[in-house]
Design a protein around this ligand. Structure first.
Ligand SMILES: [Zn+2]
Length: 135
């Protein structure tokens, strides 16, 4: 478990229910599940604003860094500095970089070094781990 905010499973479930989080948000954020592509509510949202951790509200991405990677998950080229912690993930026979919320340890998705923009990064996020705030 990483992060400064620690809660039990029951407490996180209550937080997510109260926020009206997507179905599956608990499994994604607390047990590193992956939602099915093209099912998340933020996959095709292009409004101005910011994306936050659905668990603790930590600001993760500015909407201006979101791009369409065509993979069915919300994708970003740049994270808010310090908002996300990278962890090497060797599950499923692959070496990938898992991303978790620096504040509460919520699983967000993975980051890949094949992004199409200047940063070269592609943050492939689960929509269910995100909350959106308009500017
Ligand atoms: Zn968080």
């Amino acid at each position: 478990m990483t992060g400064k905010i620690q809660k039990t499973d029951a407490e996180w479930k209550a937080v997510l229910a109260e926020k009206g989080a997507e179905r599956g948000a608990f499994e994604v954020t607390r047990h590193a599940a992956t939602e099915r592509p093209f099912t998340g509510k933020f996959e095709s949202v292009w409004d101005d604003g910011s994306y936050h951790c659905v668990c603790c509200g930590n600001e993760l991405f500015d909407a201006s860094t979101k791009f369409d990677a065509g993979c069915g998950w919300p994708s970003f080229s740049l994270a808010v500095p310090g908002a996300i912690t990278d962890i090497v993930d060797r599950s499923h026979g692959m070496t990938r970089t898992e991303t978790v919320c620096s504040q509460c340890g919520a699983h967000l998705g993975h980051v890949f070094p094949d992004g199409p923009t200047d940063t070269g990064l592609r943050y492939c996020m689960n929509s269910a781990s995100l909350d959106f705030k308009t500017k």
